[in-house]
Design a protein around this ligand. Structure first.
Ligand SMILES: *[C@@H]1O[C@H](CO)[C@@H](O)[C@H](O)[C@H]1NC(C)=O
Ligand SMILES: *[C@@H]1O[C@H](CO)[C@@H](O)[C@H](O)[C@H]1NC(C)=O
Ligand SMILES: *[C@@H]1O[C@H](CO)[C@@H](O)[C@H](O)[C@H]1NC(C)=O
Ligand SMILES: *[C@@H]1O[C@H](CO)[C@@H](O)[C@H](O)[C@H]1NC(C)=O
Length: 421
C-alpha cells in the first residue's frame, strides 16, 4: 500500500491540501474521508476490472437480452419485465432482466458482479431514463467480462433477425415453437392480379393507422379470411407477408383439447406484440356447430370446452394496445357461418384460386429464372385452362424437370385431368 501512495504522491498531496481547510472545519474527519476514499479507489482499480455499459449504446440492449437468457438471472427473485427490439428496431419482445440494484452471476466459472443503475436524467427521444450496467470482476478474471459482452452481441445479432418467430398456444398461453423460420420472399408467392399488393398495402395501412381507430372508438384490429381450394399458397402467403412486414406468427390451434372459451379469449387478445394471429382451416374447427345450435347449452357436462359463441366473443374481444391482425384460412368458405365472417370480424375476404394461365406462366418463369412473359412460359401455360390446376400441382410437376423447361412443356399434357386418372 505504501507503494501505491508513493506512486501517486502528487494527487495525494492535492487531496491533503484541499483536505486541510476541511480539517480545520471538521476537526479532522474530512481529510480522513478524502484519503481513505482515494485509497479504496486505488485498491479497487488494482483488484477489480469494471466495464460500464451505457443505455445510449447498442450493447446495453444486447447485454440486457443476454442477461434475460442467463440461468442465474432466471433464478433471481428480483426481475424487471422490459421490451427489447431487434437490431432493426422491430419485433419487440418482453424479457425478464435484473432490476436496478446489485446482482451476482457466474459466467464460465467466474463471478461477475452486476450493478444496474438508473440515472435521474431522461433521454429526450424515448422518454426513458438513462441507465447503465456496471460489470465487474476480479482483474485476473477480466477476460470473462469481455467474452460475455462479445457473446451478448452475437446472441442478439443471430437471434430472430430476418426470421419469423412462430408461436403456438400451449396450456392457454403463447410459447415459441421451434427455431425461427427464415423469411419467405414475397416474390416466391404468385397470386392472381394485384392481390398480394392489395393485401400488403391493407395491412401496412392498418399498422400505421392506430389513431384513426382510436379517434373513432373502433377496436384496433383487422381480420382477413383467405379461402379457396387447397394447394394454392394460403399459408405461404401469410408466411411471406409476415416476413415482409417483420411480424411473427401465432398459430392458434383450436383442436387442442385444453382450449376453452376463457383461454381462446386470452390467446386472441394477448398475442405477442407485432404478430399475426393465424387460425387455419377454421371450417374444420367447427364442423359440428351447424347441426348443434350452440354447444354449451347442449353439452353441459363438458365444462372446459371451446364453444362457437366463445370463439365469436373472443374475436370481438378488446384488442391489445398493439392492435390485432388475424388471419383465418379455409378450403370451404361455404361451410362457414355468416356470423363468423361478417364485417368487423373479417374485414377482407380474399379468394386464393387455382392457377390462372397468367399464374402458371409466372410460376414457370420464377421456377426457371426466366424473364416474365418469356415465350417458353407462355407456351407452357397455354396448355391449361384457367383454374384447372392448383399451384402446388404445377410446382410439383416442374420439380421433375428441374433443369429442363423444354421437357416440362413437352410433357405438360400429363398434368391434365384426363391423364391424371
Ligand atoms: C477467477 O478465476 C479463477 C480461475 O478461473 C477462479 O478459480 C476464481 O474463482 C475466479 N474468481 C472469481 C471471483 O470469479
Ligand atoms: C492474479 O493473478 C496473479 C498471478 O497470475 C496473482 O499473483 C494475484 O494474486 C492474482 N490476483 C488476485 C486478485 O486474485
Ligand atoms: C385508416 O383506416 C381507415 C379504415 O380502414 C381508412 O379509411 C383510412 O384511409 C386509413 N388511413 C390511412 C392513412 O391508411
Ligand atoms: C383445382 O385444382 C385441383 C387440383 O388440381 C382440382 O382437383 C380441382 O378440380 C381444380 N378446381 C377447379 C375449379 O377446376
Amino acid at each position: 500500500m505504501n507503494q501505491l501512495i508513493k506512486n501517486n504522491s502528487k494527487t495525494i498531496l492535492l487531496g491533503i491540501s484541499s483536505g486541510i481547510s476541511l480539517f480545520i472545519i471538521n476537526g479532522g474527519l474530512g481529510i480522513f474521508k478524502n484519503i481513505s476514499n482515494y485509497i479504496l479507489n486505488c485498491i479497487n482499480e488494482k483488484i477489480y476490472y469494471q466495464i460500464d455499459v451505457d443505455s445510449k449504446d447498442k450493447s446495453f440492449e444486447w447485454l440486457l437480452y443476454w442477461l434475460s437468457e442467463h440461468e442465474s438471472v432466471k433464478d433471481s427473485t428480483h426481475l424487471n419485465a422490459e421490451t427489447v427490439y431487434n437490431n432493426i428496431g422491430k419485433n419487440p419482445k418482453v424479457i425478464l432482466v435484473p432490476s436496478v440494484g446489485q446482482h451476482t452471476i457466474k459466467y464460465k466459472g467466474k463471478t461477475i458482479w452486476i450493478s444496474r443503475i438508473r440515472d435521474s436524467t431522461f433521454d429526450m427521444g424515448s422518454g426513458a431514463p438513462f441507465e447503465s450496467i456496471k460489470l465487474s470482476t476480479l482483474i485476473n478474471n477480466s477476460s470473462a467480462v469481455n467474452e460475455l459482452l462479445q457473446e451478448a452481441m452475437l446472441l442478439s445479432l443471430n437471434k430472430d433477425i430476418g426470421k419469423t418467430v412462430i408461436y403456438i398456444n400451449s396450456e392457454g398461453s403463447w410459447e415459441r415453437f421451434g427455431n425461427p423460420r427464415s423469411i419467405r420472399s414475397l416474390d416466391s408467392v404468385i397470386l392472381n392480379n394485384n392481390l398480394k399488393q392489395q393485401l400488403l398495402d391493407d395491412i401496412k395501412s392498418f399498422i400505421t393507422n392506430e389513431s384513426w381507430y382510436r379517434n373513432r372508438g373502433i377496436p384496433y384490429r383487422r381480420g382477413y379470411l383467405l379461402y379457396g381450394e387447397p394447394g394454392n399458397g394460403k399459408s405461404s402467403l401469410i408466411n411471406a407477408i409476415a416476413g415482409a412486414l417483420n411480424l411473427d406468427i401465432c398459430i392458434v390451434s383450436l383442436s387442442q383439447k385444453e382450449v376453452d372459451d376463457r383461454q381462446i379469449n386470452h390467446l386472441l387478445n394477448n398475442a405477442p406484440p407485432k404478430s399475426i394471429l393465424l387460425i387455419e382451416d377454421i371450417d374444420a374447427a367447427f364442423k359440428s356447430h351447424r347441426s348443434q345450435v350452440d354447444l354449451d347449452s347442449t353439452n353441459s357436462n363438458q365444462i372446459n370446452s371451446l364453444t362457437y359463441s366463445g370463439l365469436l366473443n373472443a374475436l370481438d374481444g378488446v384488442a391489445s394496445q398493439e392492435g390485432r391482425i388475424l388471419f383465418m384460412t379455409t378450403n370451404r368458405i361455404e361451410l362457414l357461418d355468416n356470423a363468423l365472417i361478417r364485417e368487423g370480424r373479417v374485414d377482407m375476404k380474399i379468394e386464393i384460386t387455382n392457377a390462372t394461365k397468367e399464374q402458371a406462366s409466372q410460376l414457370f418463369s420464377h421456377f426457371y429464372n426466366l424473364p416474365q412473359d418469356s415465350p417458353l412460359s407462355n407456351q407452357f401455360s397455354s396448355n391449361f385452362a384457367n383454374y384447372q390446376l392448383s399451384m402446388s400441382q404445377i410446382q410439383g410437376f416442374l420439380l421433375k424437370y428441374i433443369n429442363c423447361p423444354e421437357k416440362a412443356i413437352e410433357e405438360s399434357y400429363k398434368l391434365l385431368p384426363v391423364n391424371l386418372s
